[in-house]
Design a protein around this ligand. Sequence first.
Ligand code: NAD
Length: 469
Amino acid sequence: MDTHSAVVERLRSSFVSGVTKPEAFRQTQLMNAMSMLQENEQKIIEAMHKDLAKPKFEALLSEFEMVINEIHYAITNLSTWMKPEYVSTNLATKFDDCFVRREPLGVVLVIGPWNYPLQLLFLPMIGAIAAGNCVIVKPSEVSPAAEALIAELIPKYLSQDCYAVVTGGSEETVALLKNRFDHIFFTGSQAVGRSILQAASVHLTPVTLELGGKSPCMIFGQVNVTVAIRRLMWAKFFNAGQSCVAPDYVLCTPPTRDAMLPEISKVLEEFYTTDPQASPDFPRIVSPRHWTRLMDLLKKSKGRVVVGGGGSPEDRYIAPTVVVDVPADDALMQEEIFGPILPILTVGSVEEAIEFVKGREKPLAVYVFSNSSAVVNQVLENTTSGGFCSNDGIVHITLPTLPFGGVGASGFGSYHGRWGFETFSHRRACMLRGWALERLNGLRYPPYTENKLYWLRWSTSPKSSCSIL
Ligand code: NAD
């Protein structure tokens, strides 16, 4: 038995023993996860800084606090989530207990990316723990400091019989995926997402895919340019653009673009000074390979760089960059940018922008900036995406009450808050029958008659419950 199989088997026998099922056990593990974060805040900040030069501010906001809030939300709501959900009945089942029971799935695998290495691994893990599963997490090897910290902390704070960390890159993950899991939760690229689906199909394992894509930002009608550009620049250049929900490109009219450009330069200077490379608030690209990919995209672009454009491979720095006159078939429009480069494309109208977006894969987020609620609603009504946010970027993912997930090419399934609990639960349909109404129940038995059929059809229709008793 290889080491991966041994880990999976260890967790499976814990799951089968039923140890993870009681609410008290789940609550204890969630509390332990809370302590894990609170007692290691400094180490977390340092790891994020080593991998991505993430400013402490960003690390605390987007990694630490997101996870703390998720744990807190789960602890507070778990007993409600675990309660059976009683459903309405018909006359034939009037005296039965009919309810949906949330049951854990078993041993689940969570595979994470490198851009928010803590948040994107721990948030699904919290949902899986809350739902009563055993969990294996596989952090990304591309953010090695976070990977090492996660591998150190989880066995220290959480039950080793029920939760484990497997490290490594594609080779190790491919080997790990040969094992049977009860759910695989993957966050990463579309290309790897496809191979995850293939591996899962061997065992008929259900999968959640949290993928990326090109999230558009449309700016139409009147807007408060200063506020709009601050929000847009923050959403784009947070984590140096390495966010799955970062606005990937802007669509607007030529006059709006011309009004925006001076404001963009002003705001970026306010945020990062005239020398963003020296700013402690601007992160770095995660690896030389990712740096080269981004600089190649920029080199191949037919657009005109109006802000930034420079970079230095030594410290994996790419300046906050804005490119205009970008044609629809430009290199920057062929793949998700996932870095600090913002192309601005011009169109004649919001209708044209909507057609542009609809002609492409369904994105993870659609953003629209406008003072006009008619424009906002027009974009909302006529596009689809994992999430939607008007007059801001990224912030819609911070609410645990909203589901987070993609649609179409940006993935399927969702999590955050109760949505994560649901993803990692089986909704078991339960009917606890008594012995009442046997005359009515007996109508289903042969010999069949038209009269029996008439009464059965009536008693099993949803209307029957309210029309009698
Ligand atoms: P990736 O697909 O390269 O890697 C993700 C994970 O898969 C890593 O843990 C990696 O070790 C593993 N992996 C790599 N190759 C594999 C293979 N052949 N078989 C099995 N596992 C393999 O993604 P990434 O570069 O870490 O992250 C960037 C991508 O993730 C972007 O496309 C981004 O949009 C997306 N993303 C999506 C979300 C979301 O919530 N929807 C969040 C963050 C990032």
